[in-house]
Design a protein around this ligand. Structure first.
Ligand code: NAP
Length: 482
């Protein structure tokens, strides 16, 4: 492994600015584990008990994927499509931070790519360093996050290594998955629905020390038990998208889907959509999956989603030009939905944003709900309000999930009622390529990333449940993906 100086960077006390990063630092790919992390990994793989793990020394540095503050303008003048995460996402050694009393160090066995890592790596809509600076001003512990590098990643599976003095329910050796709702539980606004907390953040996107790394720092209230019939990478890929889809469809905070509901799911084999389709089927609804290739239609059929639309083959042109939408195309889309599902959707599961929102509002049933959590194709949304109010439709916003919702969604994974949608796995060194696949919409389901886990298929501790759920169902996206 090339030895890079582990970086402890402090702002100048005079100017408040960071010193320039060493030119060599973080531009080299670190091809192995940092020495101390290797011993931790070996102990985990050998099944060492918690006391033994807790006694192992923590290294000063760990391997992580990050973007650099001094590169936030590297894509200036390029279109979004031309901005390449392979150029901006680095893998190198960073310093292990101090642990706050309510936090844990996690030895990360595997992680996954989420679209938020794509946003961070192309510095859109804004560089995420602004989030870190804001967090840095909140408290002495928050100040640790304000660094000239941002360790990204909002999903992980792994093992608890150390717990802060205020952590009660978890101990070294616990095998966990991490959800990304980062909330200060001493804030009263966090005590109804914690997604409404004034300082709610997404770990690894709006905080530093994320999951695409060999080590991570998380709050104890982000931990959930690892579903033990799954491998490290199968367990790591779920929490963010699965919990988001759960809140959007199942929770009373979302669309509160009921039996028989027709649910139009955009991107039905993507990260969110792959879980959404399962929730609709489990809940007695009728999913109508929209995808963009014949192979994805086949994948939907294999998942039990009989009503599907290939938007590429149909070549919808919802927008005539940059400023004008075409209602006749919305109408054509609505007819196609009726042709496959027999009626209009009670719920539209929205996330593409600007390109589709006009159509989504139009095709929803009278009194129906459009539930939205994102705007991949643009966040300045336009729809015809007459179709909303005259037909008493509603648009419901949703964002990730509170701890309870994430816990309940994880429980469904652990019971084998919802399956991971892992399609492919990359080593941490190739995180840029993995993010580029998602950026280019070249993937299906979730892309996993191996961190401390040396190979795929490790970490299954409940083979009996795995057999009961069925290898075919658990690995459907791996086997059937294009
Ligand atoms: P993903 O894995 O890339 O899947 C999204 C799918 O949407 C794509 O595979 C594509 O499927 C479809 N799509 C993309 N652009 C489209 C367009 N212009 N028109 C129609 N369909 C389009 O991403 P994801 O993980 O599902 O996330 C989707 C979005 O939600 C991202 O913007 C992400 O940042 C956001 N998100 C938000 C939250 C939250 O808590 N607020 C949580 C997770 C994700 P086809 O090409 O097959 O149609």
């Amino acid at each position: 492994m090339p030895t890079l100086p582990a970086l402890h960077v402090e702002r100048s006390s005079v100017s408040g600015a960071y010193p320039p990063l060493p030119a060599t630092w973080a531009t080299q790919v670190t091809a192995g584990y940092c020495p101390g992390m290797q011993a931790i990994r070996d102990a985990i793989l050998a099944g060492a008990p918690g006391e033994e793990l807790a006694a192992l020394p923590l290294p000063e540095a760990y391997r992580a994927a990050f973007v650099r503050l001094d590169e936030t303008e590297m894509f200036e003048g390029l279109s979004s499509d031309e901005k390449d995460p392979r150029k901006s996402l680095h893998v190198g050694e960073v310093a292990v931070p101090e642990l706050a009393p309510d936090e844990c160090f996690i030895a990360v066995m595997a992680s996954a790519i989420n679209f938020n890592t794509v946003w961070t790596s192309i510095f859109e809509p804004l560089p995420t360093f602004g989030f870190l600076a804001r967090l840095g001003k909140e408290s002495v512990w928050g100040a640790r996050h304000d660094l000239p590098y941002h360790v990204v990643g909002s999903d992980a599976s792994g093992v608890v290594l150390r717990t802060g003095s205020a952590v009660r329910n978890w101990k070294a050796g616990d095998r966990v998955v991490i959800h990304c709702n980062y909330v200060d539980d001493q804030d009263p606004s966090a005590h109804d629905d914690s997604m409404l907390a004034a300082n709610q953040r997404i770990w690894g996107f709006e905080t530093n020390f994320g999951g695409l790394a060999d080590l991570s720092v998380v709050k104890a209230n982000q931990l959930m038990p690892k579903p033990e019939h799954l491998s490290w990478e199968e367990a790591a890929c779920n929490a963010l998208c699965n919990s988001t889809s759960y809140r959007m469809l199942v929770s009373k905070n979302g669309a509160d889907m009921k039996q028989g509901d027709v649910v139009l799911v955009w991107g039905a084999t993507g990260g969110l959509g792959g879980y959404a389709v399962q929730y609709v089927l489990n809940g007695g609804g009728i999913p109508v999956g929209v995808v963009s290739s014949a192979s994805k239609i086949k994948l939907l059929e294999a998942l039990g989603c009989e009503a599907a639309i290939d938007r590429a083959a149909k070549a919808y042109r919802f927008w005539v030009d940059e400023h004008t939408q075409d209602e006749s195309e919305w109408r054509r889309f609505g007819k196609d939905i009726r042709a496959v599902a027999g009626e209009d959707p009670d719920i539209v599961f929205e996330h593409p944003g600007r390109q589709t929102m006009g159509a989504s509002v139009f095709v929803a049933k009278r009194g129906g709900t459009v539930v939205t959590c994102a705007a991949t194709s643009g966040y300045m949304i336009e729809y015809d309000n007459r179709h909303l109010w005259m037909k008493l439709k509603q648009i419901k916003s949703s964002h990730f999930a509170n701890y309870r919702e994430a816990w309940d969604a994880n429980r469904l994974i652990a019971l084998g009622a919802i399956q991971p949608i892992l399609s492919v796995v990359y080593p941490l060194e190739e995180v840029g390529e993995a993010a580029q696949q998602v950026h280019g919409n070249l993937h299906e389901g979730k892309i996993g990333v191996l961190c401390l886990a040396p190979s795929e298929g490790l970490g299954i501790a409940n083979p009996e449940l795995r057999e009961k759920v069925g290898e075919e169902r658990i690995t459907a996206f791996r086997r059937l993906g294009a």
